[in-house]
Design a protein. Sequence first.
Length: 500
Amino acid sequence: MTKIVNHWIGGKAVEGTSGDHGPVTDPATGRITTKVAFASAGEVDAAVAAAKDAFAGWGRSSLAQRTSILFRFRALLDAHRDEIAELITAEHGKVHSDALGEVARGLEIVDLACGINVQLKGELSTEVASRVDVAAIRQPLGVVVGITPFNFPAMVPMWMFPIAIACGNTFVLKPSEKDPSASVRIAELLAEAGLPDGVFNVVHGDRIAVDRLLEHPDVKAVSFVGSTPIARHIHTTASAHGKRVQALGGAKNHMLVLPDADLDAAADAAVSAAYGSAGERCMAISAVVAVGAIGDTLVEKIRERAEKIRIGPGSDPESEMGPLITAAHRDKVASYVAGAAAEGAEVVLDGTGYTVEGHEDGHWIGISLLDRVPTGAKAYRDEIFGPVLCVLRVDTYEEGVALINASPYGNGTAVFTRDGGAARRFQLEVEAGMVGVNVPIPVPVGYHSFGGWKDSLFGDHHVYGNDGTHFYTRGKVVTTRWPDPADAPEGVDLGFPRTH
């Protein structure tokens, strides 16, 4: 009998009533292993109502209560990290080590939320006028929503809900319908940690569920990570309904390699950043920009390393790269490689048509490397979200930076060089939200915020770090004047010494 993943509303699993379900596939075999219930607008309303009811108590709970629950959740998450990684591998396809790394990065944000007390400290100015004090405080918003992608089914939700609930909000998560099981297991661990019913809810579904969340009058804020077109839709629609929005979109991350760079280190970095997690991550390096005469040597070093990557089921400890999430996505990624030569690129490695013996029906694709890619080629212009690396050639540093800055995306970028002055110029001149210097995937640690520029971010706030706390709270300033007790009317004894 096929497993069914249901919603989590009001502290318990709730069977779907809409009658609509979506298939969940094992990417390594191509077999449908699970069905996920798709929520109707009414079921979304039930989840929001549960969150709104819970906010009445949770929003007034003490910081000590919130953080003690999060500490217990962190211990449970740590104890069950292998189990959650196995769920991710079974539904997403990434290798177990990648899945474990995803859980570890999510734990960083839980750590941050456990210490939220410091970030929620207010400010006080005394005697701004005679006997007048001014205090600034931050308060929770209410019901907030997270809409998250398939590529990190545990980590990206944990970029959002730990900080949101630590700040006193209640949360409704709409995870990807392609790999939903990790989110429900996380909900169970939160309940086991003692989180009150309704503080964290999960509804599955498609556009019906998303659009209802975006327009629901009781939802105060929406966080999203996904492609640029959908991020733009999320931002436009939710903002039009009066909600605070942070919507992180797509990317085309460039790695600029200067002539003085350590080319072995640069090649290692390019391979791991382009092909890790099968390229299905918004911080993948998808374009290497080689400056000067180093291009041929760098491409050859990348090719030598890429050809050695072991591709196989994510559950196989020998595998270094797994399949793609769906057959349709695999075919779309392959189309960029198939059309590259006609658009002027040199196909150094062609990963299309790759299969794994014994798993022929899996969503397999091999490593692809395209050299001398024109900036007008689709493989360069589009976010491919697969194991395809484009190499572009430029003559100078200035030409390389101009090429990067001409991209409509501005998520992450990197420079490889031994020259500190060149690196300093790059980090100031490049138009991107996250920059790596000899670091190919500059994902910030939990106490710094994650987010891009241009078409990679819609809204003013990045996720987690200080931006996360500010996004999930709103400021209030209180101005107070109290009379001096010594000025109390005659006959009223406050036990305060008279001074006149």
